[in-house]
Design a protein around this ligand. Structure first.
Ligand SMILES: Cc1cc2nc3c(=O)[nH]c(=O)nc-3n(C[C@H](O)[C@H](O)[C@H](O)COP(=O)(O)OP(=O)(O)OC[C@H]3O[C@@H](n4cnc5c(N)ncnc54)[C@H](O)[C@@H]3O)c2cc1C
Length: 428
């Protein structure tokens, strides 16, 4: 699919709802607001889904309710950090800058915080699943979704045993899964290295045929539904009188009844001046998309101990993941994509590694692994929707539904206090 041409903004009349950003969160918010009868203008500086929503791993991971700071993962951090191309890395140039965020992240791993985070994430995931089903039906996109589940793989009995408390926690929130071995494992995925002793099959996991195609198709659907998709870089969003003023980098100004800030990992540039100091960071992720025929992967394969996944897409096989806490400005280090591809070859010995395309994306992440969905302290007419971290595609429709509720002044579909922009305290 090609790009969606963006219009020029019109400044002659007051607008209804302006959404800043053109990623999956902005698009799903547009879809939900249109369904509520609102008039939507979406402003994107580069192009629809040219940010993090372009090249992710394509999963609707509705069962992924554990925060990243959950103790099993925290214990692996020292081992991961020893390997510069391992699942987690912090470039020296960014280590000091990220230290306060890491401290908060570590605090989120304490038992009291974990339970709070799991309950909030589980509620958002339930909403995300039902709202995604609605979005797919209303936008006629159901044909882009595969319903073949995921398979998490373990290389040792110790790794499998360490995963069990996490599965127990998911089970308590209604997630269904099946631990598998031997023939059943082979049936779910042929050609695996004999090094894998067990797996967990999650049947409710879904994947889209390709995340960029999916976002573009949603972009076209909201355009057909009346949204005006315009090009522009927003430099500030400020409350004014009965509405909101939106200033663009080229000097043009727009006014609207309400505004939504859905600018992913770049959102602090707009929210800091409004008095909300939100510890948004980016967890940079890497992958390689191999051409069709690289290997017959039946469903998304998850190598949790190595921090990456393999997803079958309509246009090939995507191998990647990992976390690099390196901020928005350092250049990418594609040795990380290569390292994951080399591991993938040893896990799937018949994999053809040639002809891949590498990509790096900026996950917008908060230390408690929960997004920011709620009003700015400057005005309830400015609603934030960002910070969905590893789960933005999964949570897009649920986030969009909450945006719709907040913008329309309705009682939110779930308790939004865990996602409040104010939960980290006031700006210094
Ligand atoms: C390797 C990797 C794998 C992933 N896999 C999955 C997965 O399988 N499932 C899942 O659910 N999630 C996954 N994610 C996470 C998911 O991709 C993100 O959470 C999601 O794309 C974030 O969407 P967004 O709309 O918030 O941000 P983005 O897609 O980054 O969109 C933000 C947009 O705002 C625009 N913008 C920024 N500032 C301005 C401004 N001032 N004015 C105008 N426009 C502006 C940008 O150009 C950009 O287009 C993955 C991420 C990575 C990196």
């Amino acid at each position: 699919m090609d790009v969606i041409p963006l219009n020029e903004p019109t400044t002659d009349a007051a607008l209804d709802v302006v959404i800043v950003g053109g990623g999956i969160i902005a698009l799903a918010s547009a879809q939900k607001l249109l369904a509520a009868g609102r008039r939507v203008t979406l402003i994107e500086r580069k192009g629809i889904a040219q940010g993090t929503s372009f090249g992710n791993a394509a999963a609707f991971a509705f069962s992924d309710i554990l925060p990243l700071a959950a103790s099993g993962k925290i214990r692996q951090v020292p081992k991961w950090l020893m390997d510069p191309l391992g699942p987690l890395s912090i470039p020296p140039a960014y280590a000091l800058k990220i230290a306060p965020w890491l401290l908060r992240f570590w605090r989120e791993g304490w038992p009291d915080r974990i339970q709070h985070s799991i309950a909030a994430q589980a509620a958002l995931m339930r909403l995300a699943e039902s709202e995604m089903a609605l979005l797919l039906a209303e936008s006629n996109l159901g044909g882009m979704v595969r319903h073949d589940g995921s398979l998490e793989l373990y290389e040792s009995e110790a790794e499998f045993a360490a995963s069990l408390p996490g599965w127990q926690a998911r089970s308590a929130h209604g997630v269904t899964f099946e631990h598998v071995r031997g023939d059943r494992l082979e049936e779910l995925q042929q050609g695996l290295s004999p090094g894998f002793v067990a797996g967990t099959f999650v049947p409710g996991w879904q994947t889209v045929s390709n995340p960029y195609d999916f976002a573009l198709a949603l972009g076209r659907a909201v355009q057909a539904g009346g949204a005006n998709l315009v090009r522009g870089e927003v430099v500030s969003v400020v409350p004014s009188g009965a509405g909101v003023d939106i200033h663009l980098a080229d000097g043009r100004n727009l006014t609207s009844v309400a505004a939504v800030i859905a600018t992913g990992a770049w959102s602090r540039r707009l929210t800091d001046p409004l008095g909300d100091r939100i510890p948004l960071e980016t967890e940079r992720g890497y992958n390689t998309t191999l051409p069709p025929g690289a290997f017959d992967v039946r469903r998304q394969l998850i190598f949790g101990g190595h921090g990456f996944v393999i997803t079958p897409l309509i246009n090939g096989l995507r191998v990647g993941g990992a976390v690099e806490l390196g901020g928005l400005d350092l250049p990418p280090n594609f040795k990380r994509s290569e390292a994951m591809l080399a591991k993938a070859r040893s896990f799937l010995p018949g994999l053809k590694p040639e002809g891949g395309q590498q990509w790096m994306g900026f996950r917008p992440s908060l230390p408690d692994s929960l997004p920011v969905i709620g009003p700015s302290r400057a005005s309830s007419r400015i609603v934030y929707a960002f910070g969905n971290g590893h789960l933005g595609l999964t949570q897009s429709a649920g986030t969009g539904r909450l945006v719709r509720d907040l913008v329309c002044g309705e009682t939110p579909s779930i308790d939004v206090s865990p996602f409040s922009p104010a939960r980290f305290g006031k700006a210094a």
